[in-house]
Design a protein around this ligand. Structure first.
Ligand code: G6P
Length: 369
């Protein structure tokens, strides 16, 4: 096992550090920026189905569901296709309205999650076209879907999903861009700009990983917190959910993710000097609004950990701590903002002496209901 961990203390840390390579492996051979094309057989072969769809329904569980939420923002923004993201466990029992005109995308690291598998069977029985995004080659979901695209994350051993999440987002981004091009919803220059920027992401993830030591210091300060709030907007709202899930899963600290602007409808009541609030406040269209959310937290004495774009000034003035990530296109920013949140939960769990790779009550793949 020590050999498999490749010198890292835990699989989770190894897998966090593998992300630059995993993301690169996932777009390698599919993203051809010189020719300005995206090549994905599963999409090309079924382009008619995708283009005829009035909407896309994404079904998944856990972290994969969060990747689906990120994809909702990306698909709608780039390809202008309405997207609904469903917990597979709810979808399968809801008597959902679904027909042969629908395209369903099922996302699953393991390809074995029982609820996701059942949702796929239901959708196919109603005539929908089902596309799988799985990591495990030859898994049940990969076999039960009409077509699909694998993430090339390599084996993920840590129960808390890390590299599977960022590679799922990578595949879904490629699909959204390919469909956007086919539909003409983005210009060729915007398309090319996205391809070029996506190619820089592995190096930028590498750079984001360099905050590891600084994050350890922050983890030490907040490790004894009883609660933690994660806030984000737009593309980074699902990242806030995922950050909170990571902390819950491995440190057993209660954490909630919320859209930053929803804070005033409830969570703001929880904020006092005991409450760390992780705010994803990278440079985006809504940056000023997030800054004012941060002011609201500060005036209630909450402790602010800001995830900011390199060189940020405004949040730095207000926050107790900032962690920088490199600048990128807003639609690609979840691939970077996720990294410090993974490291924060990892270090807190290690400091609390928890079993990081095999947290209590959780399983890597949930093959029963
Ligand atoms: C379990 C795992 C999670 C995972 C979820 C969905 O709860 O602990 O890490 O996100 O299942 O798994 P899947 O393999 O379908 O992505």
């Amino acid at each position: 096992e020590q050999i498999e961990k490749g010198g890292y203390e835990h699989f989770m840390l190894k897998e966090i550090y593998e992300q630059p390579r995993a993301i690169l492996d996932t777009f390698r051979g599919r993203l051809l920026s010189n020719e300005a094309i995206i090549k994905m057989a599963g999409i090309e072969d079924n382009m008619k189905r995708f283009l005829a769809a009035d909407r896309i329904i994404i079904v998944a569980c856990g972290t994969s569901w969060h990747a689906g939420l990120v994809a909702e923002y990306i698909f709608e923004d780039l390809a202008r296709i309405p997207v609904e993201v469903e917990y597979a466990s709810e979808f399968r029992y809801r008597n959902p309205v679904i027909s042969e005109k629908d395209v369903v995308i099922a996302i699953s690291q393991s390809g074995e999650t029982a609820d996701t598998l059942a949702a796929i069977k239901l959708a196919r029985s109603k005539g929908a076209f089902v596309f799988g995004v799985c990591n495990v080659v030859g898994s049940s979901i990969a076999r039960e879907t009409d077509a699909g695209a694998y993430t090339h994350a390599g084996p993920e051993i840590g129960v808390a999903s890390t590299k599977a999440f960022t590679t799922q987002i990578t595949v879904l981004t490629l699909i959204a861009l390919r469909l956007a091009r086919a539909k003409g919803t983005i210009s060729s220059s915007e398309f090319r700009q996205h391809l070029i920027e996506l190619e820089t992401i592995p190096n930028k993830v590498e750079e984001a990983l360099q905050s590891d030591e600084a994050i350890k210091v922050i983890a030490d300060i907040y490790k004894d917190s009883k609660n933690c709030l994660y806030l984000g907007r737009g593309f980074n709202f699902p990242v806030a959910l995922e950050g909170a899930l990571k902390l819950k899963e491995i440190s057993y600290i209660h954490a909630e993710g919320y859209p930053a602007a929803e804070m005033k409808h409830g969570p703001i009541a929880l904020i006092d000097e005991q409450m760390p609030v992780v705010v994803i406040a990278t440079k985006t269209e809504h940056y000023e609004k997030v800054v004012s959310n941060i002011q609201e937290i500060k005036s209630r004495k909450g402790k602010i950990i800001g995830i900011v774009t390199k060189g940020d000034v405004s949040v730095r003035e207000l926050a107790d701590h900032v962690i920088e990530v490199p600048d990128t296109l807003e639609s690609l920013s979840p691939l970077l903002t996720t990294i410090p949140l993974q490291l924060l939960s990892y270090h807190i769990a290690v400091m609390l002496g928890k079993n990081v790779d095999q947290p209590r009550n959780l399983a890597k793949s949930v093959t029963v209901e």
